[in-house]
Design a protein around this ligand. Structure first.
Ligand code: AMP
Length: 328
């Protein structure tokens, strides 16, 4: 995750919560991507904010259940192999491939010529983040699938061009979770996002119980009661979103939630949802606050994580340099 603004419920249910489970299935590394953060205004030219946000994201990872003793947690800027491999991969990737990236078009907006070169080549750095560990699986949201495809193309071209057929594996997307997309509380057709102007549109991981209850109480709904079946959720994006959030937080299916609340008014459902959200987020919130009270300890965790990450990345990068022909 990028250390820019505070993390929200979408980050938790769409990403973090699933990452915690992945640790039981395979060896994992978790990176806070500060080098990606400086590609845009939100993280560029604000060193104190960037460092603070890096510590906050690290605290959120740990508070949600990522265990740094099992899975290294580190910031990208502390593992130089990411940048080193990104340069080589910049020379592997073709301009035509990057020109097709829809996220650059969305993020650069109308004034593409004013975007940083870093934002343009961001997907190549993301490929390096993955390939520098020869990672086989990457938990990505829908929005990152195109970038992962690009990482696969870059891996394949490197392997072909340097005559090492199996050097980089083809990384596979891991798409997990029941609420892969959490939508805005103010508009059920828009993703819950840290860049939304209205703070009422999202639940931040740092919100206290009152703020959570207030945001859920005031979340947009429609005048109908809760439906009795999934089919009746068609064209009711706000109702669907709240049901999805409940299901994901309670680890239940949508059908089970619908069966439980069918026919009830939203006011009653919202009370239950607020209680559940507070119960699930409060311990995370508290742990984050405890961790952030000792920033030196967070920095130690990041340094240790970086050392573990480098122990994997350095030999792979040495091999890349040898294959490319850099004299050492
Ligand atoms: P971002 O906030 O865009 O840096 O995303 C960090 C991670 O959270 C990525 O894995 C995203 O796919 C995920 N994410 C962000 N917003 C949402 C959302 N509204 N619903 C589900 N997942 C999300």
């Amino acid at each position: 995750m990028q250390p820019t603004n505070t993390l929200h419920l979408g980050n938790y249910l769409g990403a973090l919560k699933n990452w915690v489970r992945l640790q039981d299935e395979m060896p994992c590394l978790f990176c806070v991507v500060d080098m990606h953060a400086i590609t845009q205004e939100a993280g560029y030219g604000k060193p104190a904010e960037l460092s603070q946000a890096t510590r906050e994201v690290t605290a959120a990872y740990i508070a949600a259940g990522v265990d740094p003793a099992r899975s290294p947690i580190f910031n990208q800027g502390q593992v130089p192999e990411h940048g080193e491999l990104a340069w080589v991969l910049n020379c592997v990737a073709r301009l035509g491939w990057l020109d097709r990236m829809t996220q650059f078009k969305e993020k650069s907006g109308k004034h593409k010529e004013r975007a940083s070169v870093g934002l343009y080549t961001y997907p190549v750095l993301m490929a390096a983040d993955i390939l520098v560990y020869k990672a086989t699986h990457v938990p990505v949201g829908e929005d990152q699938k195109q970038h992962l495809e690009l990482a696969r193309d870059i891996a394949q071209k490197f392997n072909n061009d340097f005559g090492v057929p199996d050097f980089f594996p083809q990384p596979e997307p891991v798409i997990t979770g029941t609420a892969t997309r959490v939508m805005s509380l103010r508009d059920g057709t828009k993703k819950m996002s840290k860049s939304d102007e209205s703070d009422m549109s999202r639940i931040n991981l740092t919100d206290d119980a009152d703020a959570i209850a207030n945001k859920i109480r005031r979340a947009k709904t429609d005048p109908l009661p809760l439906p009795a079946s999934k089919d009746e959720l068609k064209d009711r994006p706000e109702a669907e979103n709240l049901i999805n959030i409940y299901a994901a937080l309670a680890d239940q299916t949508r059908d089970a939630v619908i069966a439980q609340f069918a026919g009830q008014q939203f006011s009653a459902f919202k009370t239950a949802l607020a209680d559940l959200t507070v119960a699930k987020l409060e311990p995370i919130n508290q742990k984050m606050r405890d961790l952030l009270a000792d920033p030196a300890e967070i920095d130690r965790t990041l340094r240790q994580g970086a050392a573990s990450a480098r122990s994997i990345a350095t030999p792979i990068m040495d091999e890349v340099k040898r294959r490319v022909g850099f004299v050492s």
